[in-house]
Write a protein that binds this ligand. Structure first.
Ligand code: CA
Ligand code: CA
Ligand code: CA
Length: 274
């Protein structure tokens, strides 16, 4: 009887804010290209590659055969000093009308979201020749989907991010980079074959219509079942009391069942955020 009462009261607080959602446009985005006009404040970012590579393999700055877009976000409202579990993450950009590529070309040569070596840039002080400009990493967090492709209107390009790849980058941004997270947009798509018009053109944060890139992250404090920001014995009990059920909040790894894998997540993160 006593256990039943405790279980009921724990279940009541289980639904409170366990998962949180961050969603925002970048604080800065720039068109990284040697001939870029108004790179910090252009309303349209442009990305292309050489058909084989998305990032110049010589390590040179993007010019002629390559064009990148850089963006950085400030992860406001997510406290440092704890580890987070990323449940899902996605960047959505909006392609201008009309696209310079077919749906098939978009699928074959997707837009890629990659890490940046630093967030040491701003659109107001952007200088193509600055030796400290960020480098685009080799890891690919996610590639674009052409599900909304159309030629008669701008369309949203979702770039779902690989949860496990992105999670450590997200944690590093919060705990080691003052909450700043940088993303490089690149693609292998080669404009050459289409008279120079076949490349990604998507709105920047400076678009008057507000159609700039949006980063959405669903996250929670790792191991924190009840969402109070601390992983402790309360969370342990919630997993134990829901053991064998499909309780969504206690199912920390999201595989549809509360079992020892979820218990281990609490134990490995015990004390996190407390
Ligand atoms: Ca910008
Ligand atoms: Ca907790
Ligand atoms: Ca589970």
């Amino acid at each position: 009887m006593r256990v039943a009462v405790i279980t009921a009261s724990l279940s009541l607080c289980i639904s409170v804010l366990a998962q949180q959602v961050y969603q925002a446009q970048p604080t800065d985005d720039v068109w990284y290209y040697d001939q870029a006009f108004d790179p910090g404040f252009t309303a349209i970012l442009r990305v292309w590659g050489n058909g084989q590579y998305a990032v110049d393999p010589t390590g040179a700055r993007p010019a002629l055969n390559f064009s990148y877009a850089l963006a950085k976000w400030r992860l406001d409202g997510i406290p440092a000093g704890r580890q987070y579990q990323v449940l899902s993450a996605q960047i959505t950009v909006v392609q201008t009308q009309p696209p310079g590529y077919t749906r098939e070309e978009g699928e074959q040569f997707p837009l890629e979201a990659r890490p940046l070596s630093s967030t040491n840039f701003t659109e107001t002080r952007w200088n193509f020749n600055d030796p400290n400009n960020p480098e685009v990493g080799s890891e690919i967090f996610g590639t674009s989907r052409m599900t909304n492709y159309r030629t008669d209107a701008p369309f949203a390009i979702p770039i779902p991010l690989e949860r496990e790849l992105f999670e450590s980058y997200f944690n590093a941004a919060i705990n080691q980079n003052n909450g700043e997270l940088g993303i490089g947009f690149v693609s292998r798509l080669d404009p050459g074959g289409q008279g120079g018009t076949r490349f990604y053109r998507f709105y920047s944060r400076n678009d008057a219509g507000g159609r700039g890139p949006v980063l959405q992250i669903v996250y929670r404090v790792a191991g924190d079942v009840n969402g109070d920001g601390c992983t402790n014995d309360t969370d342990l009990l919630l997993v134990l009391f829901n053991f064998g059920t499909n309780n969504a909040q206690a199912d920390l790894n999201g595989d549809g069942v509360v079992n020892d894998a979820d218990l281990l997540q609490v134990l490995f993160n015990f004390g996190n955020g407390c």
